[in-house]
Design a protein around this ligand. Sequence first.
Ligand code: PLP
Length: 395
Amino acid sequence: MPQLAADLTSITHIPLAQIPASGIRAFAQKIENVPDLIKLTLGEPDLNTPEHVKQAAAQSILDNDSHYSAQKGTLRLRKAISNYLKRKQNLSYDPESEIIATVGATEAIAATMLALFQPGDQIIVPTPSYALYFPLIEYTKAELIAINTADTNFVLTPQVLEKTLTKYPKAKAILLNYPTNPTGRECPASVLGQLAPIIRQHQLYVISDEIYSELTYDFAHISIAQYLPERTLVINGLSKSHAMTGYRIGYVTGPAALISLVAKMHAFLVTAPSNPAQAAAAEALENGDQDPVEASIIYQKRRDYIVAALNKMGLKTHKSEGAFYVFAQIPASYGQNDEAFALDLAHEAKVGGTPGSAFGAGGEGYIRFSYAAGDEDLHTAMKRIQKFLAEKGDI
Ligand code: PLP
């Protein structure tokens, strides 16, 4: 058998070394071999995909639904997305020209950024935020304008946005993610209503990643597209709402002129998602409104438990109103060194959390725990953290 080149990067045309690495993945690798670790690091539901959704995927296979689907996704799925957004958010999107089904929200985010961002464009991102945004902005050679939201309870305020735009009047777009990964914070309608006129006045495009829109606990999610339909691209998907991370279905909706640009990038990057996954997603959107309601009841109970447990041991958290994350302040003895705390917690207490600094400015001094984990794991994890802190003299 011919020998492979030892260093494969030396024979590829892709400048792999130039693709920025994810801080989260790098940290996960550091703790992956810790034995008996309870992983509260994972950003995916531990629940099963609903039965009726699985059946739809199976039926698609049995029906020989095996040919290439339309590039932008099957018309059935695009209609289901359109009806869902009308029903839930009173948003109107034409399935023919204003919706693309993508391979997860990840592809929707990538295709949107690669299509819209040019070198030198200034992109505003409230941080801490989902870490995927950073390497994509870097890859497009756009400039990241990070707004640190730590001092405003991890929600972007109109005052801070105004100030930022005074300094960066030529900014092209703002990227919002409510409910937010990693903080679980949701943006109330009253704040969205104040942000909207500022965004409109400065003619920013809005990329709104709403992947956790169905998992809210204290008030219903409202899309910023309700205020700014003419300039917002909404990104969403089925991964979190219907526990379908492995099916890989997301979507992007927005004004036809912007969607046609994103569609070109989408066609360049991938063909449509697989037919069984699209059939399952259509079923979830057509008949599965109750599924995330039931999941939210489970997550909310866990949220209440983990927030109370962490606060009792002195690890302060801001209110987690959505998604399945809690962002806790690390003990004072660690200063701002969240990675050292997360490493000690993994090695000594056998509990995995993600260091806040992996999510950008404002995340330093925090740790993210995911409560998309079973009750028993959560209880054991909280006991372990308590014991660890007590032994260290931190409580
Ligand atoms: N956006 C945010 C904020 C996320 O947290 C995630 C996954 O963790 C995604 C997008 C990616 O979702 P998908 O599985 O649909 O690609």
